[in-house]
Ligand binder design. Structure first.
Ligand code: MN
Length: 338
C-alpha cells in the first residue's frame, strides 16, 4: 500500500489517548458491503449499503474502488456525469485517477493523494485512469466518499481542493503499532501535536486512514457531537471494547460516546500484512435527504429540478449518465446520537 507510509513510526508525534473517564462508544451494528460495478465497469464495494442514512449523516455514500490488479487495457473510469448538493472526496491508495470537470478544472491523483470536489449548485465531471495506465494495467485501490451539504450550502459555487499525500497529518498510536493519516479534520486532545488533516469541509468531519500492525490497538478520542464509522479496507480485527470481529469490506457503526477503539488480529493474510481502516466522523446535519442518482437534495422537488437543470444543460454541456440509486430515496433523518 503506497498510500503515504512511514518506515519508522517512532519519529512521529504520538496520539494522546482518550481521557481515563472517556465513555467508549458501543458498536451498534456491523454491515457487510455488497460488491458492485461503477462507471464503465470498475469493481467497487458499496461500503454504506447496509446502513440507514440516519446512521451515516452527514455522510451519504462510500465506494471502495478495488482493490483490483488490472491487466493491460482493463482499467476503467466513469463517463461524464453531473452532481449537485454534496461534496465528493476521492482518496487514492494505489494507482492513478484523472479527473476533469465542466468548469475546466481537473488534475491527477495518485498514491496517498485526495481530490475534494464540492459540487454545490452543480458540476459535470469525468473520472478516468490516464491512458498510459490503461495500456499498462496495474494495481488500483481508492475510495470515494460523499459528504452531504446542509440546505444553506447546497447552492454554493463548485470548488476543488487537491490534497497531496505529503500534506496528510501523520500520528503514531500510543503503542507505536499503528499509523494514523489524518486526511480531514482533527481528533480531540491532540492540540499539543498540532497535527490535523488538510481537507476542509462545509460540514465538520474527521476522516482518517489507519494502518495497524498485527496485534496493535488503536484508541482514539472522538468528538462526542460526531457520529463514528469504521470501515475495513483490508484485513482482520475487532472493533469496540467488546471486541466484535470485523474483516475486509465491513462497516462498523458506533453509538454515542467520546472514544473509539479498534484492534488488529495477531494474524493477517500475507498480501495485506496490516489491518487497514478508514475512520469517519461528522456532525449530523439532521435535515431531510432526497437522493437520486448523482443528486443529493432536501426535497423531491429539488431532485426533479436537478434533473431538469441537467437535461437543459444548466449544469454544464457534456452529456452524461450515472448510476447509484435509480429510485428516489427520501428520508426524514433523525440522528443515531439522539
Ligand atoms: Mn462523480
Amino acid at each position: 500500500m503506497p498510500a503515504v507510509t512511514v518506515p519508522d513510526l517512532t519519529v512521529l508525534p504520538r496520539l494522546a489517548p482518550p481521557a481515563p473517564d472517556a465513555m467508549q462508544r458501543p458498536v451498534r451494528a456491523v454491515h457487510t458491503a455488497p460488491r458492485g460495478f461503477e462507471g464503465e465497469g470498475f469493481p467497487v464495494r458499496r461500503a454504506f449499503a447496509g446502513a440507514e442514512l440516519s446512521e451515516l449523516d452527514p455522510f451519504i455514500h462510500l465506494d471502495q474502488m478495488g482493490e483490483v490488479e488490472y491487466g493491460p487495457g482493463e482499467p476503467k473510469g466513469t463517463p461524464w456525469h453531473p452532481h449537485r448538493g454534496f461534496e465528493t472526496v476521492t482518496y487514492m491508495m494505489d494507482g492513478v485517477l484523472r479527473h476533469n470537470d465542466s468548469l475546466g478544472g481537473g488534475g491527477v491523483i495518485t498514491d496517498g493523494d485526495t481530490q475534494w470536489m464540492t459540487a454545490g449548485q452543480g458540476i459535470l465531471h469525468i473520472e478516468t485512469p490516464p491512458e498510459e495506465l490503461v495500456v499498462s494495467g496495474g494495481l488500483f485501490h481508492g475510495l470515494q466518499l460523499w459528504v452531504n451539504l446542509p440546505q444553506a450550502q447546497k447552492w454554493v459555487d463548485p470548488r476543488y481542493q487537491d490534497l497531496r499525500g505529503d500534506d496528510v497529518g501523520l500520528l503514531s498510536s500510543d503503542d507505536g503499532g499503528a499509523l494514523v493519516r489524518l486526511i480531514a479534520g482533527d481528533l480531540p486532545g491532540q492540540a499539543a501535536t498540532g497535527v490535523r488533516g488538510p481537507g476542509s469541509t462545509y460540514t465538520p468531519i474527521v476522516m482518517l486512514h489507519a494502518s495497524l500492525s498485527p496485534g496493535a490497538q488503536l484508541d482514539l478520542p472522538w468528538d462526542p457531537s460526531f457520529n463514528a464509522l469504521v470501515y475495513v479496507l483490508s484485513g482482520d480485527g475487532t472493533v469496540g471494547t467488546d471486541r466484535r470481529p470485523v474483516r475486509t469490506g465491513q462497516l462498523a457503526v458506533f453509538g454515542p460516546g467520546d472514544a473509539v477503539t479498534a484492534a488488529a488480529a495477531t494474524k493477517q493474510d500475507s498480501r495485506h500484512p496490516q489491518l487497514e481502516l478508514l475512520l469517519l466522523g461528522g456532525l449530523p446535519i439532521r435535515e431531510p435527504v432526497a437522493w437520486m442518482g448523482p443528486f443529493v437534495m432536501n426535497t423531491r422537488e429539488e431532485i426533479q429540478q436537478a434533473f431538469e437543470d441537467f437535461e437543459a444543460g444548466r449544469l454544464g454541456s457534456v452529456p452524461a449518465v450515472h448510476n447509484a440509486p435509480t429510485d428516489l430515496l427520501v428520508t426524514e433523518t433523525d440522528s443515531p446520537l439522539d
